[in-house]
Design a protein around this ligand. Structure first.
Ligand SMILES: [Ca+2]
Ligand SMILES: [Ca+2]
Length: 182
């Protein structure tokens, strides 16, 4: 005889059915493993990444997992959900929902005086009026690098100064300043 098991162990059947041998078929439900995700705005999202589905009888069912819902918008900050579903050969269906959080990913902005006129031989502070702010990193003024600074105060002319700053996400902010030396 063959019975579908519903939670009893093999021992239970053996103890109570010594005269009639019974074969017990296990009927485990599949288990989906997937974790919540954090993304930066603009990053790609692969809902199958780190996804795993295992069933006691069927083994690896990862390739059979269906995505029931996926409202993730990588270009908008917010909280989203992905719901997975898998069914084993005994028609046991298991679902799992994860949360996907998309966080901001702004580039730093450098502000300051775009055109500066100075008198010949006067002292020019290359960082005067220059500031950098960043949504995630805050004040980044001290991280600004001056990329090109061919300012020669003693000689009349127009000079271009390049300012650059890179935030913790690798996003770059650039600012150009022209200096007129009269
Ligand atoms: Ca199963
Ligand atoms: Ca940033």
């Amino acid at each position: 005889m063959t019975y579908q098991d519903s939670g009893y162990t093999d021992e239970t059947y053996i103890n109570y059915s010594l005269e009639v041998p019974i074969t017990v078929i296990e009927n485990g439900r599949p288990v989906i493993t997937a974790t919540d995700k954090m993304l930066k705005k603009g990053q790609k999202f692969n809902p199958k990444l780190d996804l795993n589905a295992l069933d006691k009888e069927n083994g690896d069912l990862t390739s059979s997992v269906q995505i029931l819902e996926n409202d993730v918008d990588c270009e908008q900050e917010g909280s989203y959900h992905v719901t997975y579903s898998v069914t084993d050969s005994d028609s046991n269906t298991m679902t799992k929902t994860i949360m996907v959080t998309v966080t901001s990913n702004e580039a730093p902005e450098i502000t300051g005086e775009a055109i500066t006129s100075v008198n010949p031989n006067s002292t020019f502070d290359v960082m005067s009026s220059i500031k950098a702010t960043e949504k995630e990193d805050g004040d980044m003024t001290s991280s600004i690098t001056v990329g090109s600074n061919d300012v020669n105060t003693g000689t009349s002319g127009v000079y271009t100064i390049t300012y650059k700053v890179v935030d913790s996400d690798g996003n770059e902010g650039v600012f150009l300043r022209k200096k007129f030396s009269n």
